[in-house]
Design a protein around this ligand. Sequence first.
Ligand SMILES: [Zn+2]
Length: 340
Amino acid sequence: MKTVLFEEQGDPSVLQWIDYPDPILTPSQVIIDIKAAAMNHLDLWVRRGIPNAPLPMIPGSDGAGVISQIGDEVNDFNIGDRVVIQPLTYCGNCEACKNGQENFCQSFGIIGESELGTNSEKMAIDAKYVYKIPDNMDFETAAAFPLVSETAYTMLIHRAKMNRGETIFIWGASSGVGHIAIQIAKVFGCTVITSVGDANKAEFAKSLGADLVLNYRTQNIVDEVKKYTDGKGVDIVFEHVGTTTWDISTRILGLGGRIVTCGATTGAKVNIDLRHIFYKQQSIIGSTMGSVAAFKAMFALVSEGKITPHIGKLFPMSQIVDAHNYLEQGNQIGKVVLLT
Ligand SMILES: [Zn+2]
């Protein structure tokens, strides 16, 4: 088979598209012939270097394809089944897993980070991470939704406990996680304010249903949010940017508000004024990946057409270096998907 592989961490030039031995099936696994694999910022972090990441590495957390081999212990699948991968790995036996909080499992991992990923023509994977997709769902869509959807749903619903009618500020409408978060908030009957960097992305944000779209380059976000909310501020800020946005996130947060964060793409050190936190009774909530329940909830919403991952750019998987360079530039709208 052909696969994407890197043997050392570094810039995109470490990525190779090479011949590699086919994966070997274990009894609890299936082999998927990958048709589409979506990219995430995690792919860039893993390539640049995450401590303890295995090497050599095949990157990629999201993937969809067709089952071509089935392990002896696997009963739920047939050869030829069209499937998608749920990217969180977990033990299944601990207290957290038994309570349906697999992302709190002591041994949780992510496909493409803690183990070999989806950027390959063939992949062996434990059958418990594999789900059949409906006939009318294409591979690109199936590959595009899981990681960002699991993350965004868990942040808003399980962690920030979003209520119908609340006002949510979502940074980065065109980002993978942001464009899904907007759609979740709308499905749950909330008002959405979001940020973009140019007019093209503003149109995209409106098409997702955002109620107020602000250009962070040309508009004062604090003033505009205060005006729109009659001075009250928002109930939830959806954070994944970090240093460059944090001060604004805290200033637009209302009484009893929650900042929920899953990432820090611009830096991890921020200022916190404790007086605001206790006086305004606010919460800062961390969130990583999501539970199987979050995946299933999002799978249903995508299957029903209520939420649609937007595929902004397709690359042949063989052009993996170009794809990493493209994602690193940050101009994509929605998801970047690789095709075998
Ligand atoms: Zn567990």
